[in-house]
Ligand binder design. Structure first.
Ligand code: COA
Length: 207
């Protein structure tokens, strides 16, 4: 049986999420929530049915929800949306692409999405409201805390600990056993050899 699901966000990341959710097959997509200008538009054949103001009404129908807004410099927006949906009583399922490999010895928290061709290996814990984006690799025994975005093709090697609200850019590689402080940003393609302090922004070798 499919579960009704509303997608909160109507931009580029929402389009990627839609593809994963359609491939998953376990959800009936009720529609998207966008800003007031987006309401009434179609996104990949799905209607933007309302804005944030319509969420309390939808919650009453027992619909599930997923935050499908992107995140780079800060997790603030995704974090606030997640908290709002939770407060309204939405069920926030973890959604795993059928084209991802997620070890049975790992955990994925509520509202997180594991996109196509991701590998999540044994002993990994992924928190709530995370994006593990297309083809990222999260190796054995990593801990990715809530509200993180591990971007496309990033490699997080064994035993790495990533604090809340971090962004790890596309194609970045993190040395095993490193600690990435809360709220930090690792730029696209940056090799991370050392621990990163909370709130640090690493743009790369050429900055
Ligand atoms: C780390 C990051 C967030 C920093 O963002 P920022 O400080 O706002 O910087 P911007 O990306 O806007 O870049 C500002 C300028 O610095 C340049 N720049 C950024 N990082 C640089 C680097 N490592 N070396 C040289 N130049 C760099 C940009 O080309 C840009 O130049 P311009 O003003 O001439 O166009 C950003 O560089 C980044 O890596 N973004 C993530 C990309 C990514 O992984 N996307 C995948 C999404 S799924």
């Amino acid at each position: 049986m499919t579960r009704p699901l509303v997608i909160v966000g109507a931009g580029g990341h929402a389009r990627s999420c839609l593809d994963v959710i359609e491939a998953h097959g376990g959800f009936q997509i009720v529609g998207l929530i966008g800003n007031s200008e987006e309401v009434g538009r179609n996104v990949l054949e799905h209607r933007v049915i309302g804005s944030d103001d319509d969420l309390p009404g939808l919650a009453k129908f027992g619909v599930s929800a997923i935050v499908a807004v992107g995140q780079i410099r800060t997790s603030k927006v995704r974090h606030a949306l997640f908290a709002k949906l939770r407060k309204l009583g939405f069920e926030l399922p973890a959604i795993i692409s059928p084209r991802a490999y997620v070890s049975r010895h790992s955990e994925v928290g509520a509202g997180s999405i594991i996109m196509h061709h991701v590998t999540v290996n044994a002993g990994v814990t992924i928190g709530c409201n995370c994006i593990i984006n297309t083809a990222a690799i999260i190796e054995h025994d990593c801990n990715v805390d809530d509200h993180c975005h591990i971007s496309t093709g990033a490699i997080v090697n064994g035993g790495v600990c990533i604090g809340k609200g971090c962004f790890v850019g596309s194609g970045s590689i993190i040395h095993q056993e490193r600690v990435i402080g809360e709220g930090s940003v690792v730029g696209m393609g940056v090799p991370v050899r050392q621990n990163i302090l909370p709130g640090e922004v690493l743009r790369g070798d050429n900055e």
